[in-house]
Ligand binder design. Structure first.
Ligand code: UDP
Length: 333
């Protein structure tokens, strides 16, 4: 079962699972997910994907789904994930992500699910003491979103002492890019992430984009992030599940390439890919942005994972999605 399978990362993982021949059922409450996305996965793969409109906090719906589809493993994406919103409304994040997540895990454990892969985040590290960041770096989130995810990781750890489950938490760095078909991609409202914002500015969908801070202690003065292609991220989920099925113990893994790119580098690549100029203004720092976030991704590489895509592929695939430039591919949804 994939919770949140109609969302950005969830839908790419559903597609990979289907392509790998693994039966999947999606559960999504459609607050931020879009059902058509799963329809696009069905069209692209030629397979029907059972879909339940439901909330992970609805124990009855979850139990029924686990029984009906004989679910043995769950990938849990369903969550709220806008950092600024979490700062404005912390209680919403602790209710939606933590309280509902705990209820979900408890129902899964009682219904006999044995493997759980949790969508976690580099936001658990807060302002890191050192980069690249290894998994044993202290976790000191600086916003409720990051706090909600570390709590869920801890809950899984404690549930494992009571139930015969094993789990993996994947701490994503900056997920970006899109399926090359141009039919699945990132669609947040409001959009806060750099790559979609840059491309929207290129397309004239916003007047300009603002570079948040040019006075950081980095080579060009702008923040550095570890951008990871959503397809590489999807592979990491399949690998994590396979590892659990092969007897690997529970644990946390960073998902990042180990390479950082500045905001100005992203803008330059977007100009190369699109052949157009990005309308840019230079503004103040955005509160809460650490200067550099780069993963030490060696633990996941030891499991056999290797990122296949770099920044250019990420931006090019996102461009195909945002510009609707999909060649012969079917209409985007
Ligand atoms: N950023 C920016 N302008 C924007 C959005 C983001 O300069 O309109 C910068 C932001 O300050 C950060 C980087 O781009 O350094 C990545 O931001 P994003 O929100 O995509 O991911 P985050 O690292 O905050 O999770």
């Amino acid at each position: 079962m994939v919770s949140g399978g109609a969302g950005y990362i969830g839908s790419h993982v559903v597609k990979r699972l289907v392509e790998a021949g693994r039966p999947v059922v999606v559960m999504d409450n459609e607050t931020t997910g879009h059902r058509e996305t799963v329809g696009a996965v069905e069209e692209l793969t030629g397979w029907r994907v059972p879909y339940i409109t439901g909330d992970v906090g609805d124990g009855e719906a979850v139990r029924r789904t686990v029984e009906e589809y004989r679910v043995g493993a769950v990938m849990h994406f369903a969550a709220k994930s806008v950092v600024a919103e979490s700062v404005r409304n912390p209680e919403v994040y602790f209710t939606e992500n933590v309280a509902k997540g705990i209820a979900f895990f408890r129902t899964l454990c009682e219904a006999g699910v044995r493997r759980i892969v949790l969508s976690s985040t580099a936001a658990v590290y807060g302002n890191p003491e050192r980069v690249p960041i290894p998994e044993d770096h202290p976790v000191r989130p600086i916003n409720p979103y990051g706090a909600s995810k570390i709590m869920l990781e801890q809950v899984l750890g404690w549930l494992e002492t009571t139930f015969p489950i094993r789990w993996v938490a994947l701490r994503y760095f900056n997920a970006a890019g899109a399926d090359p078909s141009g039919r699945l991609g990132e669609r947040h409202d409001p959009e806060t992430h750099l790559i979609p914002i840059v491309l929207q500015a290129v397309l004239g969908q916003r007047e300009r984009m603002t570079v948040f801070g040019t006075d950081y202690g980095t080579p060009d003065g702008t923040c550095i992030r570890d951008y990871i292609h959503v397809l590489d991220l999807a592979d990491a989920h399949l690998l994590a599940l396979a590892a659990l099925e092969g007897g690997h113990p529970s644990g946390v893994f960073n998902v990042g390439t180990g390479r950082g790119h500045s905001v100005l580098e992203v803008i330059r690549v977007a100009e190369e890919v699109s052949g157009r100029t990005v309308p840019v203004e230079y503004g103040a720092r955005r509160p809460g942005d650490p200067p550099v976030l780069v993963a030490d991704g060696s633990r996941l590489r030891e499991l056999g994972w290797k990122p296949r895509y770099g920044l250019w592929d990420i931006v090019a695939s996102a461009w195909a999605w945002h510009s609707g430039d999909v060649g012969d591919a079917p209409r985007r949804v």
